[in-house]
Design a protein around this ligand. Structure first.
Ligand code: XLS
Ligand code: NI
Ligand code: NI
Length: 436
């Protein structure tokens, strides 16, 4: 059996003093933090599309990465070798989960039946490798954006024939996910959006998107697929206006079309910043509305306006993300999927290890800091104090719905001006720094 990452042994936890670049300094899967192990909290997943595919091509140049599993002339043989490389990588990295799109793992054939037969062949191999190596599937999804047929959208395409194609593809991808015992299934909008309203019936397209998701919910019941459905917000790219633009827009859409019981959100850090929000904001919005499901862990470059999908290294981001997650009760079906790619100049297979080790250590540090922050209540007590007025007299009466505008006017006439209170932002930022 070919070893694709020869020279790299299983990555181990060696502690913060280790100088070994191929070791974890902070991620210790068995270490207990607030009652659960780090592995149970973080539920890392390797993403197939960026790690095993995507050779680093950009609009200005071809692929650069050295990917020995991608060599040969037979497409299906390459697909099988890529799957083997995927599991060798995940096993050596010591991660429990992976994620895929149908067309990442198996190339599209000339007809839908050929594509489906090819997918069956690869899923069979993946299933065997999963059980041999004890690795699980976090979620699966369908690529409804690369093939030219989807240039004007999949379920929001002006042509119902394309809508039907997208449904057929999702049906099969969901079956494949079930076959691999996937814990979830993701709907990222792909090309569901528009570039100009001059040629677009937005209202009708949104109705179709909802209809498509309802059909998926129905089919999920038909085949008794028990995984969680997620929708992944993103505001732009590839289309100018993506319909699932941010957590709040997705939430409104899900509620309008009575889909909110069926889908949670898969929040991606880079998509949050593209939407003009922080990662923490999107997570908090989802948590507050009971729809925080899973996370695509990456980071954007704030100097650039596109989805650079870099590996997460910013400790503020990982700490605040884990802070929101811990306070919301942690993952159930979801996890931290590295929807991230190495830079175009990071061409060696070993770079994939450096990237993931860095991301995992960054989240482990985030988890440690966030756990201390939660336990100490260092931030919480300031927030609680700031809202203390709502826990007594006036605040309580307003919250319980017993007030009217007229009664409130009377209170103000009697009490006069409210006394301004400091927001203490700088103090709180200093406290946060103490924990990082
Ligand atoms: C693209 C998305 C995509 C989804 C899965 O920007 O992040 O990779 O996660 O289709
Ligand atoms: Ni993503
Ligand atoms: Ni993305």
């Amino acid at each position: 059996m070919t070893e694709y990452f020869a020279g790299v042994k299983t990555i181990k936890y060696e502690g913060p003093d280790s100088k070994n670049p191929l070791a974890f300094k902070h991620y210790n899967p068995k270490k207990k933090v607030l009652g659960k192990t780090m592995a149970e909290h973080l539920r890392f997943a390797v993403c197939y599309w960026h790690s095993m595919k995507g050779g680093g091509g950009d609009p200005f140049g071809v692929a650069t990465r050295i990917m020995p599993w991608n060599e040969g002339s037979d497409e299906m043989e390459i697909a099988e070798n890529t799957m083997r490389a995927n599991f060798e990588f995940i096993e050596k990295l010591g991660v429990d989960y992976w994620c895929f799109h149908d067309r990442d793992i198996s190339p599209e054939g000339k007809t839908l039946s050929e594509s489906n037969a090819r997918l069956d062949r690869i899923v069979k191999l993946a299933r065997k490798l999963q059980s041999d190596k004890g690795i699980k599937l976090l979620w699966g999804t369908a690529n409804l954006f690369s093939n030219p047929r989807y240039m004007s959208g999949a379920s929001t395409n002006p042509d119902p024939h394309v809508f039907a194609y997208a449904c057929a593809q999702v049906k099969k991808a969901m079956e494949a996910t079930k076959e691999l015992k996937g814990e979830g299934y993701v709907f990222w909008g792909g090309r569901e959006g528009y570039d100009t309203l001059l040629n677009t019936d937005m209202g009708r397209e949104l109705d179709h998107l909802a209809q498509f998701l309802h059909l998926a919910v129905d089919y999920k019941k038909t085949i008794r697929f028990g995984g969680q459905f997620y929708i992944e917000p993103k505001p732009k790219e590839p289309t100018t206006h993506q319909y699932d633009s941010d957590a709040a827009a997705c939430h409104a859409f899900l509620q309008k079309y009575k889909l909110d019981k069926h889908l949670k959100l898969n929040i991606e850090a880079n998509h949050a910043t593209l939407a003009g929000h922080t990662f923490q904001h999107e997570l908090q919005y989802a948590a507050d509305n009971g729809i925080l499901g899973s996370i695509d862990a990456n980071r954007g470059d704030l100097l650039l306006g596109w989805d650079t999908d870099q590996f997460p290294t910013n400790l503020y981001d990982t700490t605040l993300a884990m802070y929101v997650l811990l306070k919301s009760g942690g993952f159930t079906t979801g996890g931290l999927n590295f929807d991230a790619k190495v830079r175009r100049q990071s061409i060696d297979p070993v770079d994939l290890f450096h990237a993931h080790i860095g991301g995992m250590d960054a989240f482990a540090r985030g988890l440690n800091s966030a756990a201390k922050l939660v336990s100490s209540k260092a931030i919480d007590k300031h927030v609680k104090k700031r809202y203390a007025g709502w826990d007594k007299d006036l605040g309580k009466q307003i919250e319980s719905g017993k007030m009217t505008l007229a009664k409130l006017e009377q209170i103000v006439l009697a009490k006069g001006e409210p006394k301004p209170q400091s927001g203490r932002q700088e103090l709180l930022e200093n406290i946060l720094n103490d924990y990082i």
